[in-house]
Design a protein around this ligand. Sequence first.
Ligand code: MG
Length: 249
Amino acid sequence: MISLKTSKEISKMSDACKISANALKVAQEYMKPGVSTKEIDDAIRKYILSTGAKPNFLGYGGFPASACISINNQVIHGIPSSKVLLKEGDIVSVDVGAAYGGFNGDNAYTFAVGEISDEAKNLLRVTEECLYKAIEQAKVGNRIGDIGYACQQYAESFGYGVVKKFVGHGVGRNLHEDPEVPNFGKPGRGVRLAAGMTLAIEPMINLVGEDVKVLSDGWTVETVSGSISAHFEHTIVITDNGPKILTKV
Ligand code: MG
């Protein structure tokens, strides 16, 4: 069931979303060679708790950390570890959310560690552009398929692979709500979009091929091709005046 939020609910939710966005700013400070992904996770958790919010990924489905940190060929759901140290040239997806006042925020950004290859730079740029092209379609009268189509068309025009096995989602009182928000689709198909819908839109784009696999830790998702992958996410609300990004500081 899709829940439409009132303006009062949206204003509460935007608090959770601002904290989520700030958590990514905290992560950004740690994007240096030699830093472990556990250090980043610790800093994020401390920041979120300091605001009075809760890290909503921690314990979700048994996930053992406050952020998913996925490097290079890892797509999503990487588990932070003291054994994983960032290196010059890495790309690092940090996905994090906060629960506050009964509502959830969810967002992700893929950072560069030092100087990265042109190939990686282009993938990051295009994946972030995919996110904004998808968000533009999140308007009253459109359908879910319009969001996915915009993302897929753009990514595939560069020869990249759009991950289909994992998708975006509704978000609100729960971290994951209806509807699913695929990063691919057909225009004019799927759920009709309405004002008050709150969605986490999150393109996951591989340099080569769309196939992904889950590792034996039960969480980490990697590209089957071994190529790098990028991931950007915002929580948005659909209003009568178009989409509004909530995970902005
Ligand atoms: Mg999400």
